[in-house]
Design a protein around this ligand. Structure first.
Ligand code: NAD
Length: 260
């Protein structure tokens, strides 16, 4: 039961983040939504959380590649929702390209959002979690925190880095009732995956059907996408009392991908 707790879910206007925000709201937590997208659609989601679950939900559209905007986001939660108890670092982007053509600005953006933003959100919320002697940091990493695929150099580097960061935070919070873990999903059918299909077609010289069968589903022994509901259930469990001894762990949820 997460009543009285406040969760920040970064990148929660879409895909995995939106599903986790709903799952935490259903468990009783107040929610700060964050991300990009259509203002009216986001407002409908925000109002829906309050109506469906009887919690407080706010939205802040901070661009998490900007440290000053992250500070503004955390301050709004401190002022209006009593600080962050549950931090879900989920916002992420992908770019698929052979290394020799990889645009340096895409490298910087991916490291900035998928890795450095989590440093800033954690840095700015950790003292309050320590003072409350309770906290949960749930980092949405990837199977690519554990293994690589070609043409995803920045993403794989950022996700491996995020796992190392998670382990460090796990040690720093261990005596204070704080856990930090990395959820490592395989392929989930979200806009992030849809967007990389054309680039993967180009990079590998394949049709769309070949990319789905031979690249995406080839990686997953189940031959099925992981669902946002599967990931949400794991995230909510990590935030529960029963999750208190899971700390510093990479939690694979990938249909068996990294077992190979
Ligand atoms: P998505 O594209 O559906 O959602 C990404 C979210 O991040 C959106 O809300 C978007 O608005 C937000 N965002 C993008 N740039 C931002 C910025 N600069 N500042 C703030 N928010 C920003 O993607 P998703 O598939 O739901 O991915 C969520 C996380 O899960 C990512 O970290 C991704 O790496 C990870 N992941 C996804 C998969 C997959 O197969 N979809 C697999 C493993 C891990």
């Amino acid at each position: 039961d997460l009543h009285g707790k406040t969760a920040l879910v970064t990148g929660s206007t879409s895909g995995i983040g939106l599903a986790i925000a709903k799952g935490l709201a259903a468990a009783g937590a107040n929610i700060m939504l964050n991300g990009m997208g259509d203002a009216a659609a986001i407002e409908a989601e925000r109002a829906g959380l309050e109506k469906d679950f009887g919690i407080k939900a706010l939205f802040n559209g901070a661009d998490l590649t900007k440290a000053d905007q992250i500070a503004g986001l955390i301050k709004e939660i401190d002022d209006k929702l009593g600080g962050v108890d549950i931090l879900v670092n989920n916002a992420g982007i992908q770019h698929v390209s052979p290394i020799e053509d990889f645009p340096p600005e895409k490298w910087d953006a991916i490291i900035g959002l998928n890795l450095t933003a989590s440093f800033h959100t954690t840095r700015l919320t950790f003292a309050a979690m320590k003072a409350k002697k309770w906290g949960r940091v749930v980092n949405i990493a990837s199977a690519h925190a554990l293994v690589a695929s070609e043409f995803k150099s920045a993403y794989v580097a950022a996700k491996h880095g995020l796992l190392g960061f998670t382990k460090t935070i796990a040690l720093e919070g261990a005596q204070f009732g704080i856990t930090a873990n990395a959820i490592c999903p395989g392929y989930v059918h979200t806009p992030l995956v849809d967007k990389q299909i054309p680039d993967t077609m180009k990079a590998r010289g394949m049709t769309e059907e070949q990319v789905i069968k031979d690249v995406i589903l080839a990686a997953q022994p189940t031959k099925q996408f992981v669902t946002v509901e599967d990931i949400t259930a794991l995230a909510v469990f990590l935030c529960s009392d029963a999750g208190k001894s899971i700390n510093g762990a990479p939690l694979s949820i990938d249909g068996g991908w990294v077992a190979q």
